[in-house]
Design a protein around this ligand. Structure first.
Ligand SMILES: *Cc1c(COP(=O)(O)O)cnc(C)c1O
Length: 420
């Protein structure tokens, strides 16, 4: 059981086996030079101190070697993405052949739908959760139109019940029961960016497959946060970004998972590019497209090495910390946050994220009745970096890699002073 005191928070920090990782990150400061309480890793993760060295190494190799850097750089650029594969695969619970780093998240979502959304006269529907991230919704709707269908007929929303904030699995079952033979794809964001709800990946995948649909996940808020265990849980594909919990810098490259069962599937459509072509003959430039096996076969372009260097820096930290350890701390840290919010005993404050730790990551979405954006402005003035969603929700995400129990205690302390 937690205790509501600063001493208790400091004691938890002292006993935290991951406590030293905090020092490996830069924390933003206010005008007076005070370090801010950063609870916004769900939006942009903090910069690891070692990132600049990793990027500088590539800048040096580029300066000294020019084009030769493709093969002669300390970390040669031609196979550079391969240096990221193993640790990224570990983070999402995949086999290395199932994972590749490339492009931005939304671009990857489109590439995956080119392959895994092949609508037919009867089976043309896509199911997404009703408050999916806007970019995902735009991508899905535009794919539906691209195939000559209308989102009005082809897009189904998995909605919370009236008066509720969260989606219930049994309602997805009912939808599949009613329309399953018309559903081509289920595409769910987990954890949900707004409510923080983590959906059951395996159950959704089995449900979709049982009705003959493809199943994909957007792990923008899942990678580096929950343990999605993608290979075992078995979805057809997944996409994510590296700049949220994975701390790889604004707009850095995204990740893609394609399940092993599709590694050499000739029946999939795909948009191809030279980086997806056989590595041995890629530079002969004369051959018919000869696709690489596995996720690498979806690559289009030679990738931005400077972005990949930042990812490599960040992944080296995740390797040391270990995803299982991070998740373990995360459960305690977010549990402490929940405990302190409950201790406020303030009726205006309601956590809309699931109470069951298995159904959430580190983020809690806190609804403050009758509040407006001023609350967020005041929190920022009080040195707390959090995230506001209209109409009345603050999202806070204590990241186990760099946030402390004291951060969480201080946040609730400052929140209390503001809502009074
Ligand atoms: C952050 C986020 C995005 C952002 O997409 P980009 O293509 O990286 O700009 C998309 N979907 C979800 C669910 C997100 O959380």
């Amino acid at each position: 059981m937690h205790q509501n005191s600063l001493e208790y928070a400091q004691q938890c920090d002292a006993q935290d086996p991951l406590k030293n990782f905090r020092e490996q990150f830069y924390f933003p400061k206010d005008e007076k030079g005070h370090q801010q309480i950063y609870l916004c890793g769900n939006s942009l993760g903090l910069q690891p101190k070692k990132t600049s060295e990793y990027i500088q190494e590539e800048l040096n190799d580029w300066a000294n070697l020019g084009v030769e850097g493709h093969t002669e750089a300390k970390h040669p650029w031609l196979p550079y993405h391969e240096f990221l594969t193993q640790s990224m695969a570990t983070i999402v619970g995949a086999k290395p052949g199932e994972v590749v780093i490339m492009n931005g998240l939304t671009a990857n979502l489109h590439l995956m739908m080119v392959s895994f959304y092949q609508p037919a006269t009867k089976r043309h529907k896509i199911i997404i959760e009703s408050d999916a991230f806007p970019s995902d919704k735009y991508a899905v709707e535009s794919q539906i139109r691209f195939h000559g269908f209308n989102p009005k007929d082809s897009l189904l929303l998995w909605k919370p019940r009236k008066g509720e904030e969260l989606c219930r699995f049994e309602d997805l079952e009912t939808m599949m029961n009613n329309f399953g033979d018309e559903v081509a794809l289920i595409m769910i964001g987990t954890t949900n960016y707004y409510t923080g709800q983590a959906f059951p990946i395996q159950k959704i995948t089995q449900l979709g497959h049982q009705y003959g649909a493809m199943v994909g996940f957007d792990l923008a808020h899942g990678a580096g946060n929950i343990l999605p265990n993608l290979h075992e849980n078995g979805p057809d594909f997944a996409v994510w970004c590296s700049y949220k919990y994975l701390n790889s810098g604004p707009g850095s490259l995204g990740g893609v998972f394609v399940h092993e069962r599709h590694a050499n599937n000739p029946n999939l459509n795909r948009f191809a590019g030279w980086w997806g072509h056989n590595k041995q003959t890629r530079f002969n430039m004369r051959h018919e497209f000869e696709v690489l096996s596995g996720a690498e076969g979806w690559q289009l372009s030679n990738p931005p090495i400077l972005s990949m260097a930042a990812i490599r820096a960040s992944l080296s930290i995740f390797e040391k910390a270990g995803m299982e350890n991070l998740r373990k701390k995360s459960l305690q840290l977010t549990g402490f946050l929940e405990f302190l919010l409950d201790e406020m005993k303030d009726e205006r404050i309601q956590v809309i994220t699931p109470r069951n730790p298995e159904e959430r990551g580190c983020q809690l979405s806190i609804q403050v009745k009758n509040a407006d954006k001023q609350l967020h402005t005041k929190l920022t003035a009080a040195g707390v970096i959090s995230d506001w969603r209209e109409p009345d929700v603050i999202r806070v995400a204590p990241a186990p890699l760099y946030n402390s129990f004291e951060d969480v205690f201080e946040f609730v302390n400052r929140l209390k002073k503001i809502v009074i």
